[in-house]
Design a protein around this ligand. Sequence first.
Ligand SMILES: O=P(O)(O)OC[C@H]1O[C@](O)(CO)[C@@H](O)[C@@H]1O
Length: 426
Amino acid sequence: MITLDLSKAKLNEDLESYKDTVKDIHEMIHNKTGAGNDFLGWVELPKNYDKAEVELIKETAIKLREKTDILLVCGIGGSYLGARAAIEAINGLFPANDVEIIYVGNTFSSNYIKQVSDYLEGKDFAINVISKSGTTTETSIAFRIFKEMCEAKYGKEGAKERIVATTDKARGALKTLATEEGYTTFVIPDDVGGRYSVLTPVGLFPIAMAGIDIDKMLSGAKDAMVKYANPDLDQNDAYKYGVARQILHKAGYAAEMFVTYELQLAMVAEWWKQLYGESEGKENKGILPTSATFSTDLHSLGQFIQEGSKVLFETIMQIKEPAGDMTIPSDKDDLDGLNYLAGKSVDYVNKQACQGTIDAHVNTGNVPNILITLDKMDAYGFGYMVYFFEISCAMSVYLLEVNPFNQPGVEIYKKNMFKLLGKPGY
Ligand SMILES: O=P(O)(O)OC[C@H]1O[C@](O)(CO)[C@@H](O)[C@@H]1O
């Protein structure tokens, strides 16, 4: 399902020398003995997930899909990126899905929130509010606004049938509010942190609302869980990726650019950036995760990558089989000179662009490239890919001797902001 090619990664160390350390870290992850070990629920989640809750998610989604034209997914960071990544990667940017998904609660932009509320006028909508802590301010403000709109439109009882809360089982303001209001509530397991939560109800409910088969997604993740449970570095591509990026970091590369060749994978890159950035960037350590969509960004960033300062390596995420394709037509006048491509598919051109770019960046530009290929970006493939990156992230960050599961630095801006806003207690 996923293949890894390190032949163009320009590694100056032998992977073999990491074998023992990798085995030790593998044991640490699986026996839950490392830093942050109370957040390892995602490791066996594809097998241990709450089956009854997933059934309830599917039933609730079927019922709500009949009732609504729009679902507002209200959450930020790990409480929305995974769902959005899946929905856009699988359904595309102009989906045929009968429920339109709109993301809110991910910004303080008054322009954005006002535009969404204007857009909702006269339309049918429902809300899934998602927050593990239940106290995230971006999410709370948006939820207060859209809950009020929902109640004004459908009445308190009607709104109750259109609002679903996903939060901690016991703690937080959102849990209290959801219980008080009587909303359908899904639980985020205690031992799964936000950026590792896409395969919990956090991601599963919105993904099911978008008409995607969540059983297939979980089965992709389960197959990856089995595949990457091998402690032997020689046999484990997820661990090899984790090691390779640390070798490059040690060699002086400060940034990793996650590259896709599909516009609809831009949110997969955003999800990946939070996963790696929030897991790794602490104690003044870590690789800066960045992203680009090619060939689009070759026309903006391509110059820097090719000839600019040598600060980054690329991780190229290719999809073997496109979900859609078109043939380039022949033209009798050939005024644009494109007849040499007539009869070829657009995906064929995309793949040649990818090969040509890898060659240019690696061989001419001296930029290390890690190549990751996923067979197909469907529900199964997405689940498989999620697990691949989660387990390789844990391995990679533990190699850096950092706790992959906390994010203490995020609180500092919040404290300053609360003080400026006059929040009681600050
Ligand atoms: O689900 P919550 O608690 O609203 O948090 C959303 C996001 O905010 C963070 O806690 C950072 O502030 C992320 O780790 C998390 O994914």
